[in-house]
Design a protein. Structure first.
Length: 122
């Protein structure tokens, strides 16, 4: 039972972060950046945010550098939007799950395409 409030707060942080990232003016932050997952500590003092970019892992790593420098702005925006008791310390982590998922989808598409051409050849 005690995890429901924590999970709900993590969902709220995820939702608000998607909007806040569009307001960050740092040129290192990619416009194709998306929040993949948010892990909030049980006491709410730390929040690990996994971000991924459609341009690949290197772009995500560069965006994380920009997000670390803009962490104060992001933290303040979260605090005011969610009316939290205390604002968690934000830790941004680059993740390549979107690029990996696109690669798997492409491979499955190639596999399906090659199976249909082999059946037509017979």
């Amino acid at each position: 039972m005690p995890g429901f409030k924590n999970d709900r707060m993590a969902e709220d942080i995820h939702r608000e972060l998607t909007d806040i990232l569009r307001l960050v003016k740092d040129p290192r932050v990619s416009p194709l950046l998306s929040v993949v997952r948010v892990e909030l500590a049980r006491d709410g003092s730390h929040c690990k945010i996994y971000v991924s970019s459609l341009n690949g892992i290197e772009d995500a790593r560069e965006s994380v550098k920009g997000l670390r420098s803009a962490a104060g702005f992001v933290r303040r925006e979260l605090f005011t939007r969610l009316k939290m008791r205390k604002s968690p310390e934000l830790h941004f982590v680059a993740d390549d799950s979107i690029a990996r998922g696109a690669e798997v989808t492409r491979k499955l598409g190639d596999l399906t395409f090659s199976e249909t051409t082999e059946e037509e050849d017979e």
